[in-house]
Design a protein around this ligand. Sequence first.
Ligand code: B12
Length: 212
Amino acid sequence: MLDLKKITQALGDLDEKNLLDMLNEFIASGPTVEEAREVVAACQEGMTLVGDLYEKGIYFVGDLIFSGEILTAALALIKPVIGAVNGPKVGTMVIGTVQGDLHDMGKQIFKNMAEAAGFEVFDLGIDQPVSAFIEKVKEVNPDVVGMSGVLTLSLDSMKDTVEGLKEAGLRDDIKIIIGGSPVTEAACKRIGADAWTINAAEGVRMIQGWVS
Ligand code: B12
């Protein structure tokens, strides 16, 4: 098994070559889905290191962009292992990053894991207005709506989206889960979502509970 701390550090250091070399070796060793999930979590911690260095003024926006690219490449390598659990469709979900927020790494991870767990996922993308959520929910009648956001301001967009779904008469037919680093229990209550998490694997367990 890989040294997860080295994975975290390589991403924190923006050492793309070292990280991808380690991941290629890991994939070649035939890992389990659980091991692959641990590697995803280690990558997420690496992004936290990047965020800390950005806050300290050591990294700049260009470094954030580069870290996003490295994480995308890392996830592309790991996804086939996580996506190896194929089975019958267990439910349907609409997901998107809310208006004003361009971050999508966390959403992608949650989406990949939900798909691996058997959900059909309709991904709206980033910076999605309330109307986009409403239209898609009307179109595909999902079991679950997932909203992602990592900016503090995204919490307001999430609240607006829940309000919009209520006004459109769609709220009572769906379960809503929110995720992203600023999300908390208090924010979840204020927003009016059914569940929250900052851990994609936990989020998948929650939505599995809703459709089982
Ligand atoms: C990479 C990055 C970027 C990249 C994004 C690339 C991309 N394609 O996503 C780019 C360069 C575009 C970017 C831009 C900006 N960023 Co930025 N960014 C980051 C960084 C370093 C990492 C974010 C990330 O991908 N984390 C890794 C993922 C995996 O974690 P996650 O999103 O929390 O997701 C996990 C869980 O939360 C959960 N999850 C996530 N979504 C969902 C949804 C559901 C339904 C569920 C169940 C679970 C779930 O699952 C994931 C896995 O467990 C963070 C720092 C940090 N520590 O987070 C700053 C950070 C988020 N950015 C920040 C800022 C300020 C900006 C900019 C304003 C910078 C600027 N001056 O332009 C812009 C904003 C643009 C905008 N309008 O959105 C701040 C936000 C501050 C705040 N509190 O609002 C942070 C915290 C950096 C900092 N410390 O200051 N950023």
